[in-house]
Write a protein that binds this ligand. Sequence first.
Ligand code: PEP
Length: 263
Amino acid sequence: VSREHRPEGRSTVVVGGVSIGPDTTTLVAGPCAVETPEQTLEAALMAKKAGATLLRGGAFKPRTSPYAFQGLGELGLRILADVRAETGLPVVTEVVAPHDVDMVAEYADMLQIGTRNMQNFGLLQAAGRAGKPVLLKRGMNSTIEEWLMAAEYIAQRGCLDIVLCERGIRTFETSTRNTLDVSAVPVVQRLSHLPVMIDPSHSGGRRDLVLPLSRAAIAVGADGVLVDVHPHPEEALCDGPQALVTEDLQELSQALDALGTLM
Ligand code: PEP
C-alpha cells in the first residue's frame, strides 16, 4: 500500500459501482447500529437525500461493555441487504471475527474493520481474502505506521481495494471522545496511495462536532466522510448523541458540496 508500490498518484477504490478516491468527495452515512428494518430504511433514505452514495450500518457492534447492545448479527445483515435493494445504496458494514468474514462478505459491498480490531491480524488476513473492498479504521491507540502495516496484512492476502479511515485517537483530552487527527490525512497520502476518509461521528462522539470536523476533513484532503444518522437519536441503541438528524444532514451536504465534488 506504500509509495514504493505506486510512487505517483492516488488510487480509487470502487464499492458497488461507487468510487472513493481523489476525484470525488464520498459521503457514507447510515445508522451506527442496525436496530430494526424501519429504522435502517429511514436512516438510509435520510442519508440518500443528503447525497450519500454508500450506506453504513453495524450488524456486529464491538461495544466496550458486554452488557451493551451487540448488534443483530446476521439478521442485521439481511436488513441491510433489503435496504440496499430498496434504496440502491451499496452497504459498508463491520466484521469483528475471522469466522464471520465470509458470511458478512455475502451481504456487504465493503467490509469494515473497526478501530478495536485494527491489529487483529487474523481478521485482517481473512478480510483480505474475502474478495470485497475493505474500509480500515485507524486503531485509536495506533501510530500511522502501525495503521499502514495493518493495511499491508490485508494487501498481502490479495486485496488492494483498501480505504483508510481516520476516526480519532486517544489523547489526554476529555471534551471529545477521541481526538481527530486531521494531520493523518496528508501524512498518509505522502506515504500511501490509498484513499483516506474521516469519521467525524466516532471521533468527536458529539453531533455538534460532525459538521466542523467534516469541513476540516475535506479541507485537509480527505476523500470523504463517514457519518452516523438516526431518525430518532434519543431512542438509539448505540451512540445516539453523535447521530445526525435531517437538518444536520442538509447542512452537511451543503458544506461538502461547497468544498468538494459530492458524488
Ligand atoms: C463504527 O463505525 O460503527 C464504529 C464502531 O467505529 P469505530 O471502530 O471507529 O469505533
